[in-house]
Design a protein around this ligand. Structure first.
Ligand code: AMP
Length: 125
């Protein structure tokens, strides 16, 4: 959980429209936008509008319904932007590559049936 008085995360600043992002989906609780440094042909970040949860473990414990809603949004985005199959990654902790401590998922995929995601795109996140 973020500490009181901490600076807003970069994702809170995207939610507040203080910094630009290419937003691809949004509802009352979640926002999805293109990753600024894509690691796959389709690479979308989905984050919660609340900054209450630092990682997916905290989100699962604190609001499992919101986690399920996030997974549904990932599936919808994949249906719209890939051939429907996708990788969903939650980096949890700095040692796992997490750099933004505001829970988010990476939705990654390819646009057409002839391509597949390489395993390498997982390791670089
Ligand atoms: P993680 O390393 O799992 O914490 O993921 C953070 C992700 O946020 C990285 O893939 C970054 O490329 C992405 N990112 C950071 N800043 C921005 C931004 N301003 N707009 C879009 N994506 C961003």
């Amino acid at each position: 959980m973020s500490s009181p008085g901490a600076e807003p995360s970069i994702f809170s600043r995207i939610v507040a429209r203080e910094i630009p992002a290419t937003i691809v989906a949004e509802n009352d609780h979640l926002i999805a936008f293109e990753d600024i440094a894509p690691q796959a042909p389709v690479h979308i970040v989905i984050t919660t509008k609340t900054a209450e949860y630092a990682n997916v473990v905290e989100l699962a414990a604190g609001d499992p319904t919101l986690l399920a809603e996030l997974v549904r949004m990932a599936s919808t985005i994949a249906d719209e932007r890939t051939q429907g199959e996708f990788r969903l990654v939650f980096n949890s902790g700095a040692a796992a590559g997490q750099t933004v401590f505001h829970v988010h998922a990476h939705v990654m995929g390819v646009r057409d049936d002839s391509a597949t995601l390489g395993e390498g795109s997982l390791g670089s996140l």
